[in-house]
Design a protein around this ligand. Structure first.
Ligand code: 5CA
Ligand code: ZN
Length: 409
C-alpha cells in the first residue's frame, strides 16, 4: 500500500536529544539508544469508519517519537499496518450493505488525507493485512511445527503457554486478561481451547466471508495479532525500538504479538519499549467506532478548522493521559495558534536558541508536549510584551514548531 506524502522537516540549530520514554512492560522510563537507524512499529487503523480524535492523538504521539529521532540525525524506519480484513470491518460492511474492500479503501484514503493535513510524517512501509497474508501463512505453519499452535475445528490457535515471557508486556493477572480478551476480539469461552486466552492465528473460511489460500492451513484468513507480527518482523526484524499503539492495545494485542514473535524467533524481547497512548473520551466515554461517540478529523477540516489547531489541541495533553475532547479544548488551541502566528510574523523578537533546547528537553522527557507548548507560550508572551531585536528568532521558532511539533505557523 502507499502511505501519504511527507511534509518537510526543517533542520534546526544545535543537537537533538535521545528519547526517554515510558515502557509498559517495565512500568518505567527507558532511554532508547537506537543506533543510526531507529525502528518503530505502530498499529494502524481498522478502516471501517473515519479517523477520530482518539486515533489522531495516538498517531500524534508516535509522530513525536519520529520527530525526536530525526532531530538526532537518525534515520527512522517506521512501519504501520492497516487491518483491512477483520470482523469489525466485515460486520460494518454487512450492516451498511457495502463491499468490504470498497469500505476499507474509502476509509484508508480518508485516513491518509487526515494524516497529511495534520502533518503526521508517513511510515516508510504502510502494509495492509491482506497483502501480508503470503508472509503470515508460513509463520503460522512454523508455530505449528514448534508445537506452539494447535487446531480446533479447522481454526488454528496460538498456545500462550509456549512463551515463558507471556504476560510481561501488560503485567496483568489471569482474571483481568480474561475479561479484556472477551472485550477485545478474543473468545475465552470457546470450548476446546487449551487456555481460554489462546488467540486465533488462522480462522478457517466461513460461509459468506472472504478467505485466502493458506497452504497447509487450508482456506481462511489471518488472526489479528499475527498480522502485525508478520509485518513487523518482515520490515523491522526482532528487538526493534518501539512497539506503539493506544493503551487499549497493550492487552491482548501487544501481549500476544510479543509472544508470537518471541516463540517464532527464540529471541527476547520483541520490542525495547512498548509505548501506549492514553484514551481520548467524548462525553465521559472512550471515543470508539463501536460506540459511535466520535469527533472526526475530517469533519472538523470540512468545517474549516485549521489542521494546525487540531494538532495543537492534541499536543496540549500528555500522550499517556486519558483525556476528554471538548469544544473548549479546540477553542484554546485555536487561540494559541493565533498567538503563536502573531508572534512569529514580526520581523524580529527575543532570542530563541534556548527555546529550541527547552522543546527538545520536554519532548525527550517522555514526549512532554504540554511542557513544549508552555515553552513556546513563554516566548510568544515575551514577544508580545517586550519584543526583541533578534531578526533570526521568529524563523527559528517557526522551524522548531514545524520540525519538532508538526505545527505549521
Ligand atoms: N487495527 C488495529 C491495530 S492493529 C486497531 O486497533 N485499529 S483501530 O482503528 O481500532 O485503532 C487505531 C489506533 O487508534 C490504535 O492504536 C488504537 O489504540 C487507537 N485508538 C482507538 N481509539 C482510541 C481513543 N479513543 N483514544 C486514543 N487512541 C485510540
Ligand atoms: Zn496491531
Amino acid at each position: 500500500m502507499h502511505a501519504w506524502p511527507a511534509s518537510e522537516v526543517p533542520a534546526l540549530p544545535g543537537q537533538g536529544r535521545d528519547l526517554r520514554i515510558h515502557d509498559t512492560a517495565t512500568g518505567g522510563l527507558v532511554t532508547l539508544d537506537p543506533g543510526p537507524v531507529a525502528r518503530i512499529y505502530v498499529c494502524g487503523i481498522t478502516p471501517y469508519d473515519a479517523t477520530h480524535m482518539g486515533h489522531a492523538a495516538t498517531y500524534n504521539a508516535f509522530d513525536l517519537v519520529q520527530r525526536v529521532w530525526l532531530d538526532t540525525k537518525r534515520q527512522v524506519h517506521y512501519v504501520q499496518n492497516v487491518t483491512d480484513v477483520d470482523d469489525p470491518l466485515l460486520e460494518r460492511a454487512e450492516r451498511d450493505g457495502v463491499d468490504w474492500v470498497a469500505l476499507a479503501e474509502k476509509e484508508t484514503t480518508l485516513f491518509r488525507e487526515d494524516m497529511t493535513a495534520l502533518r503526521m510524517l508517513p511510515p516508510r512501509h504502510y502494509i495492509g493485512a491482506v497483502e501480508a497474508i503470503p508472509g503470515i501463512v508460513p509463520l503460522v505453519e512454523r508455530l505449528r511445527e514448534l508445537g506452539a499452535a494447535y487446531e480446533l475445528e479447522g481454526d488454528i490457535y496460538f498456545s500462550v503457554e509456549s512463551d515463558p515471557h507471556f504476560g510481561e508486556v501488560s503485567g496483568l493477572d489471569a482474571a483481568a486478561m480474561r475479561l479484556l480478551s472477551a472485550e477485545r476480539g478474543g473468545d475465552p469461552d470457546r470450548p476446546g481451547k487449551k487456555n481460554p486466552l489462546d488467540p486465533m492465528l488462522w480462522m478457517a473460511a466461513r460461509e459468506g466471508e472472504p478467505s485466502w489460500d493458506g497452504g497447509s492451513l487450508g482456506r481462511g484468513r489471518p488472526g489479528w495479532h499475527i498480522e502485525c507480527v508478520a509485518i513487523a518482523l518482515d520490515h523491522l526484524g526482532m528487538t526493534f525500538d518501539v512497539q506503539g499503539g493506544g493503551s487499549d492495545l497493550a492487552f491482548p494485542h501487544h501481549e500476544m504479538g510479543a509472544s508470537h514473535a518471541q516463540v517464532l524467533t527464540g529471541e527476547f524481547p520483541m520490542a525495547k519499549a512498548y509505548v501506549h497512548a492514553g484514551m481520548v473520551a467524548l462525553d465521559g466515554e472512550k471515543m470508539s467506532k463501536s460506540k459511535g461517540n466520535l469527533v472526526f478529523v475530517s469533519r472538523l477540516r470540512q468545517d474549516g478548522v485549521d489542521p494546525a489547531a487540531i494538532r495543537l489541541a492534541l499536543l496540549s495533553h500528555h500522550y499517556r493521559a486519558d483525556w476528554e475532547w471538548t469544544d473548549q479544548v479546540l477553542r484554546d488551541a485555536q487561540e494559541r495558534l493565533t498567538r503563536w502566528r502573531a508572534a512569529v510574523s514580526r520581523p524580529d523578537g527575543p532570542p530563541a536558541e534556548s527555546l529550541v533546547e527547552e522543546i527538545r528537553e520536554a519532548l525527550s522527557n517522555d514526549l512532554d508536549a504540554p511542557a513544549a507548548l508552555a515553552a513556546v507560550d513563554r516566548w510568544a508572551a515575551l514577544q508580545q510584551d517586550q519584543g526583541g531585536t533578534d531578526t533570526g528568532a521568529p524563523g527559528v521558532v517557526s522551524r522548531a514548531a514545524d520540525a519538532l511539533l508538526g505545527v505549521a505557523l
